[in-house]
Design a protein around this ligand. Structure first.
Ligand code: FAD
Length: 427
């Protein structure tokens, strides 16, 4: 039987989608969504792209209009936070003093940005980017005359901010400690092409270089960045994009198992069967990775939310959705399907020099992921192949004239409606 009430901790992508999916399944109990950001659930991807560039208005950042919550009878408590969980009494305590009973509890607490462990990291003008308030601050600082902007970290968020700042006419330097950009996420073929485009756009990309200190002017504003090798770089604004840490405090306080994230089983339940975790904060057993992982993507937050809603409604299924992700930088539209980190062989199709190509990644002769630049059709087909478990060998992919679009329709057919991988592309 479905529980009498559901409390969702964290009003981000995963929290909101959980509440929406519960109502979508006909759940009739009380749903309370508690989020500490006063803005309510917002769409984070534009915060480093269109919103920052000024092309996406603030009104388009809300994930749902205010009327949605009343219409769906979802109680949104924005600007309040859950401070503790009493598992015996099955209640949560909020900062405001409110105590809420729950039948099922969903932890959708997301992540917070890492900061730089160097002197000067807290100076004025050293920013991170996660929420709408961060993006507003950064957008305001980028709206003035050209400045020297230094981005620390060549991950997706760092490179998106670099591309946006460059597009607004600023002088941009990217400093990355690893020998290549996007090292955790992309193959060298793809990340090298991305870096080449940044350089062609006039961004100085420094790889294998570490920040050692930040220095201020007389007013305490950041002015200079010093690197480990002694080089000093002018820096009117520093954006730190060196990864995130999962928000696990509430789970820890409730004595739940926490590693790099809140540990859950294949149905996204913690060891307390009435408490689930979803989205960026959840560490789950991935059939694609063959181990527990955390993923930071809209797809993962949305598909996990649907899986948890099904579980709460008494129709559980194991979470097995094919991971996918996208990024936009300049005219580059990057789309990734599957997990490519463990590949042992790649086949490139298309033309990297023209900025339209895909890297097919195999492990032990099996397709495990596809990275595409400006080849959206490849991405769509790759997701279907991975969902269907269709075999495609490196030898086939290397055949002259091979084209994913020309695969027989049966091979690249849409996944059946009974699978749980039907996230709509939010692009
Ligand atoms: P969040 O959206 O972070 O939501 C968690 C919420 O819980 C936050 O509001 C947090 O403040 C709140 N919270 C935490 N603890 C408590 C508490 N105790 N009480 C109440 N509230 C609490 N993904 C893509 O797929 N493509 C992209 O292009 C892309 N671009 C991105 C750009 C930026 C700038 C950022 C920051 C992220 C981007 N992502 C992108 C990632 C994607 O937005 C996240 O994976 C997704 O938002 C995760 O959703 P979530 O609900 O798990 O976490």
């Amino acid at each position: 039987m479905a529980p009498h009430s559901v409390v969702v901790v964290g009003a981000g992508q995963a929290g909101l989608e959980t509440a929406a999916a519960l109502r979508g399944r006909g759940y009739e109990g009380r749903i309370t969504l508690v989020g500490d950001e006063p803005s309510g659930p917002c769409d984070r991807p534009p915060l480093s792209k269109g919103y920052l560039a000024g092309t996406v208005p603030a009104a388009d950042i809300a994930l749902r209009p205010p009327s949605f919550y009343a219409a769906q009878d979802i109680e949104l408590l924005a600007g309040d936070r859950v401070t503790s969980v009493d598992r015996e009494r099955r209640t949560v305590l909020l900062e405001s003093g409110l105590r809420l009973p729950y039948g099922a509890l969903v932890l959708a607490t997301g992540c917070r940005p890492r900061t730089l462990p160097v002197p000067g990291a807290a100076l004025t003008g050293v920013l991170t980017l996660r929420g709408l308030a961060d993006a507003e601050d950064l957008r305001l600082r980028l709206s003035g005359p050209p400045r020297s902007v230094v981005v620390v970290g060549a991950g997706f968020i760092g490179l998106e901010v670099a591309a946006t700042a460059r597009g607004l006419g600023h002088e941009v330097t990217v400093v990355e400690a690893q020998p290549r950009a996007l090292a955790r996420a992309l193959t060298p073929q793809m990340s090298d092409r991305v870096v080449a485009e940044h350089r062609a756009q006039g961004v100085r990309v420094l790889l294998g270089r570490e920040v050692s200190a930040l220095y201020s002017d007389a007013e305490g504003r950041v002015q200079v960045m010093e690197l480990g090798d002694g080089e000093r770089i002018a820096a009117d604004l520093v954006v730190v994009g060196v990864g995130v840490l999962p928000n696990t405090g509430v789970a820890l306080g409730a004595d739940l198992v926490v590693g790099d994230g809140i540990v859950v089983d294949e149905r996204l339940r913690t060891e307390d069967p009435d408490i689930y975790a979803v989205g960026d904060a959840a560490r789950f057993p991935s059939p694609h990775a063959g181990r527990h992982i955390r993923l930071e993507s809209v797809q993962n937050a949305t598909d996990q939310a649907r899986c948890v809603a099904a579980g709460i409604c008494g129709e559980p299924y194991p979470y097995a959705a094919v991971p996918w992700f996208w990024s936009e930088q300049y005219a580059m539209r990057l789309q990734m399907a599957g997990l490519t980190a463990a590949h042992d062989e790649t086949v490139t199709v298309g033309d990297p020099d023209e900025g339209r190509f895909s890297v097919l990644c195999f492990r032990g002769g099996r397709l495990i992921g596809v990275e595409s630049m400006n080849r959206p059709a490849d991405h769509g087909i790759a997701r279907r192949l991975l969902t269907n478990g269709t075999q495609l060998t490196p030898a086939t992919a290397r055949e002259p004239g091979f084209d994913l679009k020309k695969l027989p329709r049966t091979q690249a057919a849409s996944p059946s409606r009974s699978t749980n991988t039907t996230t709509q592309e939010r692009q």
